[in-house]
Design a binder for this molecule. Structure first.
Ligand SMILES: *Cc1c(COP(=O)(O)O)cnc(C)c1O
Length: 318
């Protein structure tokens, strides 16, 4: 088998109380699950929810004696970076089918993945839409063999198994009390689906969508069905904080993130957790959560994306 250790290999990533005058005014308790500190590599690419989602996929890879990993993603994908890093640490060859052309010089995400030894197979956006069809991978990568295919974003039934451990850890760290609310951000919805599966019945799970489109509820239902979950209620998707769509932003988001970093001494990423925390603070200020609620916000990581974002848009983020 394999051995990987993280800064929190033996203990869980910490659950920290966040202090803000707003929370006192609204009489809510806010805690942050610091999965940004769940880091398995020096470059901080194999971390957070991307590690949780890969973990059981890697177990499965070894158990079934696969030889290489093939996965998919856009040029700034945290999942691509995480998979590349896992491949390097474990000595597993990795391939990524990239949506759209490769642009040189490579952005920091792909540059990192390349230094890990990942091979890129760029395909047009149109061709990429067919990526889930049988035979697609074999048509793109000649002579590929012994390959284990992990879907875009790392989301499959085994990913849910990893994400499902989050609510259990959180309840244990919260003096064995499940919190009233758990908030996470949603790309594919795999992380939220795992949380929904693992949460206590009394906890409401809220997903902040970072993409526009409103497809998440159906996708999450589908993921839950495929992994044989029983019907669970008390969960919802909020579509109010995507800022126009994936990787879209405005000056108030940037301002919020920079203020947050100064005040709370940890960083948020612009694609996912920035929007999550912005949404959480906004919902609290609007009185969405009843008084005395305990709200856990999951910091899912993603900090490797800051360099690419700053390179693309100018040094907007501290
Ligand atoms: C990929 C990612 C997400 C989205 O996770 P899904 O399971 O695809 O919904 C959230 N946060 C961070 C930091 C990510 O990298």
């Amino acid at each position: 088998m394999y051995q990987l250790s993280s800064s929190y290999a033996l203990e869980n990533s910490p659950l920290q109380t966040l202090h803000d005058p707003l929370f006192a005014e609204k009489q809510v308790t806010v805690k942050v699950k610091r999965d940004d500190l769940l880091v398995l590599d020096e470059e901080m690419a194999l971390c957070g929810n991307k590690w949780r989602k890969l973990k059981y996929n890697i177990h499965f890879f070894y158990r079934e004696k696969y030889r290489q990993i093939v996965t998919f993603g856009g040029a700034f994908s945290n999942h691509i970076a995480a998979t590349a890093s896992a491949g390097k640490l474990l000595g597993i060859p990795t391939h990524a089918i990239i949506r759209g052309e490769l642009i040189w010089p490579l952005n920091p995400t792909l540059e990192f993945a390349e230094t890990c030894g990942m091979l890129f197979w760029p395909v047009s956006r149109r061709a990429y839409k067919n990526k889930s069809e049988a035979g697609f991978v074999e048509s793109i990568i000649p002579d590929i063999y012994g390959h284990y295919i992990i879907p875009e974003g790392g989301t499959n039934a085994l990913a849910l198994q990893g994400a499902k451990e989050l609510p259990t850890e959180i309840s244990q760290q919260n003096e064995c009390q499940p919190p009233d609310y758990m908030l996470t951000c949603c790309g594919t919805g795999g992380t939220l689906a795992g949380i929904i599966q693992g949460k206590a019945p009394s906890t409401s799970a809220i997903g902040i969508a970072v993409l526009k489109g409103g497809f998440l509820e159906a996708d999450i239902r589908n993921l839950l069905d495929c992994s044989g979950a029983q019907k669970v209620d008390k969960w919802l998707i909020n579509n109010d904080y995507h800022f126009g769509g994936y990787a879209k932003f405005n000056s108030s988001l940037i301002q919020f993130m920079n203020d947050f970093k100064i005040k709370h001494q940890f960083a948020l990423d612009p694609i996912y957790t920035g929007k999550l925390f912005y949404g959480a603070f906004d919902l609290i200020s609007k009185g969405f959560f009843p008084k005395k609620s305990t709200i856990v916000i999951i910091h899912s990581g993603g900090l490797q994306g800051i360099a690419g974002f700053n390179q693309r848009f100018g040094q907007l983020l501290l």
